[in-house]
Design a protein around this ligand. Sequence first.
Ligand SMILES: NC(=O)c1ccc[n+]([C@@H]2O[C@H](COP(=O)([O-])OP(=O)(O)OC[C@H]3O[C@@H](n4cnc5c(N)ncnc54)[C@H](OP(=O)(O)O)[C@@H]3O)[C@@H](O)[C@H]2O)c1
Length: 315
Amino acid sequence: MNEQRNSNGMGRRQFLQTGASCVASAIFMGLGGAQSFAAPNAGAGKNVVPLVTLNNGVQMPLLGLGTMTLKGYLGTRCVADAIALGYRLIDTATVYSSEPAVGAGIKQSGIKREEIFITSKLWKTDMGYEQAKKGFQTSLEKLGTDYLDLYLIHRPAGDVKGSWKAMEELYHQGRIKAIGVSNFEPARLADLIANNDVKPAVNQIETHAFFQEGKALEYLKQQGVQMEAWAPFAEGRHRLFTNATLATIGKKYNKTVAQVCLRWHYQRGIVAIPRSSQKTHIAENVNIFDFSLEDSDMAAIATLDLNTTQFPEWS
Ligand SMILES: NC(=O)c1ccc[n+]([C@@H]2O[C@H](COP(=O)([O-])OP(=O)(O)OC[C@H]3O[C@@H](n4cnc5c(N)ncnc54)[C@H](OP(=O)(O)O)[C@@H]3O)[C@@H](O)[C@H]2O)c1
């Protein structure tokens, strides 16, 4: 395993060394947890997003493109645009049917596969040891790649144990660089950690200004499991994009509500994967690394927490 990790790590280091020397960002000094952070590269065509080091040494961008609903030509264009704008993390899943578009967009971008971080997810109909291996293989074929950077159990349903065993094997074979979960409550995650060899590297959960998941964040940091936010804009629900508190903060820095939200995730040390079908929004969403929210801004955003899902239909 160490050998595989070393050879994977080498690729990542080369990726990092194309930019400025790696220094931990002052923003994260007080965050604690097992993860560490590296500075982004600057310039057109290069990664512009800081990286976080996961609990197995793999480095993951702290911001990426979500691709739910982004299929076909539209998906391909969005992925290629995002990569040209400096994104390197693309989030997809079997159930989104966006894997072929993601694969095509990466090819169209002209950026080498090893410089892109691809996440996909095992859907609930593919749960179980044998099915998980087949599901993984199908994802690879649709994406046109021979490995994944991160593979997640999409939902804690069905045969989690058998699926995780299959994912551990694929991980040990070097066919997945990091394995993790999505939509796991802390208790469910604790059970998985206690009963298996490989600790999940990531838990991707609903997190946004109206559902801040502070306790989950604390727990994941204690465990050294990276938190990743799905629906970082709550898909605009609860009128997020016109929220007065977020808009007022944005005005202070000449930034949009979307940028305030993403900066807030970043300053909490959470990976965010906003989805957009518009190049202007894709560009806007990655332009968050030139300002900092003050403590008073973070405190004001904390008051927006409704502490409940905005997606009850998925619970
Ligand atoms: N693991 C899970 O169970 C799970 C569940 C849901 C989602 N996800 C992942 O998380 C990703 C993000 O979540 P999401 O797609 O549900 O929603 P989201 O990212 O919270 O919101 C997407 C919406 O925000 C709009 N938007 C994006 N940037 C904007 C900007 N700068 N200004 C104004 N509007 C903007 C988009 O419209 P435009 O297209 O017009 O820009 C779109 O309608 C998904 O795509 C998927 O990859 C995972």
